[in-house]
Design a protein around this ligand. Structure first.
Ligand code: SF4
Length: 363
């Protein structure tokens, strides 16, 4: 199976001890089944320590259940879609069962010297798949796969911010495989990414993405949906506040830092003119982050055919960290990395945020 990746992947270098965001802290470490089985089979004190540190997660929801009753699930039975064959570090992974119980905010195997105890004792190949792959994540589709690094890692966020969209993303194959929805999505995503103009505002990008999604949804469903998504309307004072409050009050907050970002953004009065001026000064950076989310999530609609929902999700993934950066003065590399950690990489939060757009679109 042919695998492609963004051009900036080749330039990735872990910041190691200079990293402001250690990826072995603050979030659960998922353990793929094969590795968990191996840990369960180990004898001795270290085997005991591994088992004591593991906790079993509830079986995650699978995508076809999430949107089974949706009017948006359209022409095909999602169960016929290709399933991921590798553990998926992104949304809707169905293969993870175990995680390590954190010691405070640290992975229990992160030593004081910053090294990994599992890697030292059992070797790199016996660390969980997530640790071996991080910050990369692979998505498999019918005839091809895409590997991309996540902006939860500040080194990746920097690469995304400094790479023009025109040089960043390889086109997806448009005419391969049997799945007409996948071919359609590939064609549209290629067109969107190749037309990205780094001089355009977030507002324009969001509006255009939603216009394309509206038409595409009709093409997929073969009937016009009786709902739409007004992206400019989403960037109104009450709607911005509503989204921020949803993130603050309805999702699990993983870090105090994220809670403070949201609290501050909710408490200050919203000055849209000043935000528009801010985003006009940063169109290239915001566009590059927008393109990153398009690349990572547009084709996910192949699982549920809900391209309107996915597009709304993508547009707000680009918007929220940009807005937080405007409010707090934090660099984009931080706000996008924090958002990615809290939402992109937390399966429950990510699914809830996606469901939120399913609700919003139907209002
Ligand atoms: S977050 Fe990125 S740069 Fe930091 S330690 Fe992890 S992989 Fe390295």
């Amino acid at each position: 199976m042919k695998t492609s990746e963004p051009s900036y992947s080749a330039r990735f270098e872990c910041l190691a001890e200079k990293c402001p965001e250690n990826c072995c802290m603050e979030w659960d470490v998922d353990i793929d089944k094969k590795t968990a089985d191996y840990y369960r089979s180990l004898s001795g004190a270290f085997g005991d320590k591994l088992r004591r540190s593991m906790k079993r997660e509830e079986e995650p929801e699978i995508p076809e259940e999430v949107l089974k009753d949706s009017e948006l699930s359209a022409i095909e039975d999602p169960s016929e879609k290709v399933e991921d064959e590798v553990p998926d570090d992104g949304l809707f992974s169905g293969l993870r069962e175990d995680t390590f119980r954190l010691d405070g905010i640290r992975c229990p195997f992160l030593q004081e010297d910053g090294l990994c105890e599992i890697r030292i004792r059992l070797g790199y190949e016996n660390t969980p798949y997530t640790c071996r792959e991080h910050p990369f994540n692979t998505e498999e589709y019918e005839t091809f796969a895409e590997t991309s690094p996540s902006v939860s890692c500040p080194a990746v966020a920097k690469l995304v911010l400094e790479t023009p969209v025109s040089n960043a993303y390889p086109p997806a194959p448009e005419n391969e495989g049997k799945d007409p929805v996948l071919r359609l999505l590939c064609r549209k995503r290629n067109a969107i990414l190749s037309a990205f103009d780094e001089g355009k505002s977030l507002n324009r990008h969001g509006t255009e993405l939603m216009d394309i999604a509206q038409k595409l949804q009709i093409e997929i469903n073969r009937v016009a949906p009786d709902f739409a998504y007004d992206f400019p309307g989403r960037l109104s004072v009450p709607k911005i506040r509503e989204t921020l409050k949803f993130l603050r009050n309805d999702l699990t907050i993983l870090t105090e830092r994220w809670r403070m970002q949201l609290d501050k953004a909710i408490s200050v009065s919203i000055n849209l003119d000043a935000f528009n001026e801010f985003q006009n000064r940063h169109t290239a950076e915001i566009t590059r982050m927008f393109a990153y989310f398009v690349y990572r999530y547009y084709l996910k609609a192949v699982n549920d055919c809900a391209i309107l929902v996915w597009s709304a999700f993508i547009a707000d993934c680009a918007f929220v960290p940009a807005y937080l950066s405007f409010i707090s003065g934090e660099p984009f590399s931080n706000t996008y990395a924090w958002f990615s950690r809290e939402i992109e990489h937390d399966r429950v939060n990510a699914e809830a945020f996606l469901d939120y757009f399913d609700d919003v679109i139907r209002r």
